[in-house]
Write a protein that binds this ligand. Structure first.
Ligand code: FAD
Length: 385
């Protein structure tokens, strides 16, 4: 393969470049990215960068040694077979990697609205987090909770507005979400509250209320960044449709990371996972596939979140209807385990119990039945259940 073009210079794009070289691709490699930064990690943005403990989170890599032509500030605009049209002209490719990630969803309204996706977003927002500042966070999901944590620590007066009846409802359901409500101590948490628009000076609520704020942060989710593919002859459905090898419907084109909706052999469904572990590990399979090798991406998905002094970790995939059991009480360290009808583990969420996460992930991988009576005893190690 002569020339491989990688669109999107986030973690997934960079890791694919590295994997292509590691697997022996000796031809030309071009990496284009819309941002002006070299590749960086996003998880620290809402943690160390927002709280001022770090200024950047660049991924350690040697682009020169990789022999990749890195072109920051270049955006892909459209795709036809063999050619990517960019803001700086056409790029012909023999192999193409789509790694364009996801973009935050914004709310209607003319008021200033922060989102947190890029390093620049994090710096802009950090400057607003000063003692006494009123900060309205819209959405009590992963990002909203982490922003609320940083804002509270910075001494801001924080209001969190959430449409669902509990935090984290979309991600892990209301039953578990309710267990996290107590973490919002000192925060004005408004549940079952819909935002109409973001206005100058705050947030207008459906039904007439207004939350005054110096800074409004919208954390209501992301959409796969695939608008540039709208006219391309490639299957799109909740992202770029890919098979278990991360191959798309176009020959010589693979997709990885937040933008890819890949077929999971393990769960027999299509998954699009917006988490760091996928961006880190899927690229090796994408690179292998592009080079004509046999590889399957079939992980037990994993992610973590650090919020209100808690380490929250999740592994697995839980379709609606799985049985939920707990290890430990909500006031302390606890885990939730989703069980299938056959008493195998579908997913684990561990709060300050990292061992449960590690052992739970192994049990999910192995797919064996567990003793549910032992499982609910937090003193019993998960691997002995
Ligand atoms: P991205 O990192 O989004 O990279 C895609 C790149 O492509 C971007 O730089 C984008 O500008 C560029 N691009 C988009 N369109 C184009 C185009 N048309 N042309 C050229 N370039 C383009 N995950 C966890 O597991 N745990 C966490 O604690 C965690 N915290 C997070 C905190 C924050 C603030 C954010 C934003 C994400 C967090 N994540 C976390 C998620 C994780 O960072 C993402 O899953 C990961 O960044 C996805 O990597 P990616 O390379 O697929 O996409």
């Amino acid at each position: 393969m002569e020339h491989v073009v990688v669109v999107g210079a986030g973690l997934a794009g960079l890791r694919t470049v590295e994997a292509l070289r590691a697997r022996g691709h000796a031809g030309r490699l071009t990496l284009i990215g819309r941002e002006r930064h070299r590749p960086y990690d996003r998880p620290p943005l809402s943690k160390a960068v927002l709280s001022g403990k770090a200024d950047t989170s660049y991924v350690e890599t040697d682009l020169a040694a990789l022999g990749v032509e890195f072109r920051p500030g270049v955006e892909a605009k459209s795709l036809r077979e063999g050619v990517v049209e960019t803001t700086e002209g056409e790029l012909a490719y023999d192999g193409l990697v789509i790694a364009t990630g996801a973009d935050p969803i914004r709310l209607p309204g003319d008021g200033p609205q922060h989102v947190l996706r890029t390093l620049d977003d994090a710096h802009e927002l950090r400057a607003m987090l000063v003692p006494g500042a009123r900060v309205a966070v819209i959405g009590a999901g992963w990002i909203g909770a982490e922003v609320a944590t940083a804002a509270r620590r910075a001494g801001c007066e924080v209001t969190v507005v959430e449409a669902a009846e509990t935090p984290l409802a979309t991600a892990v359901g209301t039953e578990i979400g309710a267990r996290t409500e107590r973490w919002y101590d000192g925060i004005d948490l408004r549940l079952s509250t819909m935002v109409e628009s973001v206005e100058e000076g705050g947030v207008r609520l459906v039904g007439g209320g207004f939350v005054e704020a110096h800074a409004v942060v919208t954390g209501i989710g992301v959409r796969p960044a695939v608008e540039w593919l709208a006219d391309a002859d490639i299957d799109l459905h909740n992202g770029v449709v890919a098979d278990e090898h991360l191959r798309t419907s176009l020959p010589g084109v693979v997709a990885v990371g937040d933008c890819a909706a890949w077929w999971s052999r393990r769960w027999r469904t299509r998954l699009r996972v917006e988490h760091w572990d996928t961006a880190l590990n899927a690229p090796d399979v994408a690179a292998a596939t592009l080079l004509g090798e046999e590889a399957v991406y079939d992980p037990v998905p994993y992610f973590w979140s650090e919020q209100f002094g808690h380490m929250v970790q999740y592994a697995g995939h839980h379709p609606a209807g799985e049985r939920l059991v707990y290890r430990g009480e909500p006031e302390g360290k606890w885990s939730a385990v989703w069980l299938t009808a056959g008493d195998t583990v579908a997913a684990v969420l561990a709060v300050d119990r990292p061992r449960d996460l590690v052992q739970g992930r192994r049990i999910i991988e192995a797919g064996h039945r567990v003793d549910t009576e032992r499982l609910v005893d937090p003193q019993v190690s998960l691997r002995d259940c």
